[in-house]
Design a protein around this ligand. Structure first.
Ligand SMILES: [Zn+2]
Length: 718
């Protein structure tokens, strides 16, 4: 559920040298509708020369800004900087999209080769002394430049980008900082590729009926399809979350559940060329050095400067508010699970004996859900056909924000699974393109995420600006990726449907962006604010009137029965202790490991995370959630390092914010929707996030709605 970090976004032109461009579709004008990439013509070998050329063009653009003879002003320096690098942005964004969603050995090889040069380019941009001197001079007298609020915000943002990238370091320190950033880029790339290797190479074969015992048809279908996609007979479980989680939930074969669980939590932890254990230590060592060069005692201190939370103490205060309450809830849940398990053991049910293990939790939780709350995922899923859930998301976006999504099956996309839409606003104006890629594939990263091929912006280079109304240059192209197991038809769990709404919320944050400068556009906000637009959108999927309209049985077309909706609502808080403990546990280990001040990380990080969570009271059967060796949020890039807490931080905002609709009388209240649109979804990073929230809500957020939503308030039963 993450946002793809991309290079700094900007618009602008820049001539390419004809030799390099001659046979390379990436360097020729992109003539597809709306300026989409020429996907059909792109080959992996086009990227290295195109990216090298795009970096050269960007350097030339920046040299022109840095050595401009006129004295620095906002237009010739800051706005020009914001426009620069358009060619690099679009080639790098295309490269990122293909590597995440349709990768290959050849693309991964290019990624390994170019990780360090791309990081070096970023260093060269932000350590350019002449360029920084102009930005720094303007920043020093920013109060007297007569800038409007957004221009001032851009100047402050750009200045901070320079400072945090080492622009103020001198001599050897700056050289070392650059080297550290390049090494980090190479190591995080290898980390991600190792996880993908482990995920795509493992299968658990289910050769016969004995091996598939307990699996409902939708899991069995998905397992057969996964086997067929890999040219294997029968059915297999892969480490795709959309397969392994249902398997752990339904399989009555405790021995196979244990095998699948061990493979899942063991990703990245094994000797050989795909071992992530030493890689994680190397990354931590370099981050600690990066922080030290910036004058911070730990990486967390450095990372948190540029966040809403602002400090480790503020993050710890939130985690400590939630953790003990979640422990109480998970212990209550474990008692329920144990009761049901012991009753089954008394009847001699195989697999019910012995103590509760991590690979048992989901299985017995499902039994409790069925027996105590009369809710069974297999009963719920027929009402959540993928196409209907997509239609529900579009319908909510129309009712809230006036958007219309029109399929454009003729547009060029990178894989047949991808669906393309033109998005128009209530007045009929085109506001962007939306590409949705919903299915798991062996060539695709796990998880769900939003990314962008182009950000919304109005600060365009001369020719494009002159015809801004008739060009695609400032038009956002936004992508959503999910990893659903394909079925006939594809049926989602309620959790899957919520994930789709979550990513769609990020998508709306990109599509509804309405700012002048590319650097301030869309989801490029402070990272503990970025999950607010996504998480608040999740609320609508469980609104009764949305369910009534869109949650229809895939065979009969009947809406989901009101009684089932009511049972779902009652069951909602069950297992929230488990989910909260696992999530918060990951946030705690993230903060702990990135708060270390010693130059040398612990020798055994697997033991470090385990001992930390045991000391904090994690029940054995809950199991560790994301272990460092495959924790992509922390180590596949630096985007969420010392930042896994951001989901909880934003949940304080989304739980409190969604209450505004209830207070106003309904989930589609027009006035609240308009404020949400204007202050949260459209403003990007053009205003301070705290101020944006207050403009929407009329006050600061309270933590109580979050605790209530998760059933963690002491006076309310689960
Ligand atoms: Zn997210």
């Amino acid at each position: 559920m993450k946002i793809d970090p991309t290079l700094p976004a900007a618009a602008g032109g820049g001539a390419t040298s004809s030799a390099a461009a001659a046979a390379n579709p990436l360097l020729q004008p992109w003539t597809a509708p709306h300026g989409l990439p020429p996907f059909a013509a792109i080959r992996p070998e086009h990227f290295e020369p195109a990216l090298l050329e795009a970096m050269r063009v960007h350097r030339a653009e920046l040299a022109a800004i840095a050595h401009e003879s006129a004295p620095a002003d906002f237009g010739n320096t800051v706005a020009a900087f914001d426009r620069s690098g358009a060619l690099l942005d679009r080639v790098a964004a295309t490269f990122g999209v293909l590597n995440a969603s349709a990768t290959s050995e050849a693309l991964q090889a290019v990624q390994r080769v170019l990780a360090a040069p791309l990081a070096a380019h970023r260093n060269a941009v932000y350590m350019d002394a002449a360029l920084f001197a102009r930005v720094d001079a303007l920043h020093g007298r920013r109060g007297s430049l007569g800038l409007d609020a957004q221009a001032l915000r851009l100047l402050e943002r750009v200045h901070l980008d320079f400072v945090r990238s080492g622009a103020q370091l001198q001599g050897a320190q700056q050289h070392r900082y650059a080297a550290v950033m390049e090494e980090l880029a190479a190591l995080t790339t290898r980390f991600a590729q190792n996880v993908l290797h482990d995920e795509s190479s493992y299968v658990l074969p289910l050769p016969d009926a004995a091996a598939t015992a307990g699996l409902p048809p939708f899991v069995l279908d998905a397992a057969r399809r996964a086997a067929a996609e890999r040219g294997l007979p029968g059915a297999v479980i892969t480490l795709s979350r959309s397969l392994v989680v249902p398997f752990l939930t339904y399989s009555t074969r405790r021995d196979l559940r244990e095998q699948a669980w061990r493979a899942w939590v063991g990703r990245g932890e094994h000797a050989g060329e795909h071992d992530n254990r030493e890689l994680v230590r190397a990354i931590l060592r370099l981050r600690r050095e990066q922080a030290a060069l910036m004058g911070c005692a730990s990486y967390a201190d450095h990372a948190l400067v540029d966040t809403m939370a602002g400090s480790r103490a503020a993050v710890a205060a939130l985690l400590d508010e939630v953790w003990p309450r979640a422990l109480v809830a998970v212990q209550r849940e474990e008692a329920l699970l144990e009761e049901v398990r012991r009753a089954a053991a008394a009847t001699g049910e195989p697999g019910a004996e012995g103590r509760l293990e991590p690979w048992d939790w989901r299985f017995w939780a499902e039994r409790v859900r069925r027996e105590r709350f009369a809710v069974d995922d297999a009963e719920v899923k027929p009402y959540f056909q993928l196409d209907n859930v997509v239609a529900a998301a579009f319908d909510c976006a129309q009712r809230l924000f006036g958007l219309r999504f029109t399929p454009r099956d003729d547009l060029p996309v990178y894989h047949p699974d991808v669906k393309a839409y033109e998005v128009h606003d209530g007045a009929g104006a085109l506001v962007g393109l939306f590409l949705q890629d919903n299915f798991a594939r062996a060539t695709k990263r796990s998880g769900a995420w939003m990314s962008s091929l182009r950000w919304q912006r109005r600060n365009l280079a001369g020719a494009a600006a002159a015809v801004a109304g008739a060009t695609h240059e400032g038009l956002p192209i936004i992508l959503n990726n999910n990893n659903f197991a394909r079925g006939e038809p594809t049926l989602l769990s309620l959790d899957d449907a919520r994930t789709l709404f979550h990513e769609f919320g990020h998508g709306l944050h990109g599509l509804l962006s309405n700012v002048t400068y590319g650097r301030l556009s869309g989801t490029q906000v402070l990272r503990d604010f970025v999950e607010l637009p996504s998480q608040i959108f999740e609320h609508w999927i469980t609104e009764p009137e949305v369910l009534q309209r869109h949650a229809r049985h895939h065979r009969t077309g009947e809406p989901i029965p009101a009684a089932l909706v009511e049972r779902l609502a009652r069951a909602r808080r069950f297992n929230q202790g488990y989910e909260t403990v696992r999530y918060t546990g990951s946030a705690i280990t993230d903060m702990a490991v990135h708060s270390l001040t010693e130059a040398e990380p612990p020798a055994d990080l697997c033991a470090f995370e385990h001992e930390l969570l045991v000391a904090r009271g994690l029940p054995h059967a809950a199991g560790v959630n994301h272990r460092f060796v495959h924790f992509q949020h922390l180590f596949a890039s630096s985007g969420y390092a010392a930042g896994y807490y951001v989901y909880l931080w934003a949940e304080v905002l989304d739980a409190d914010g969604y209450d505004a609709f209830a207070e106003a009388g309904g989930p589609f209240d027009g006035a609240v929707a308009r404020r949400l649109h204007q202050h949260i979804y459209s403003s990007g990073n053009s205003v301070d996030p705290g101020a944006a929230y207050r403009a929407f809500r009329g006050r600061d957020a309270s933590v109580t709605p979050l605790l209530r939503k998760r059933g963690l308030l002491a006076d309310e039963p689960a």
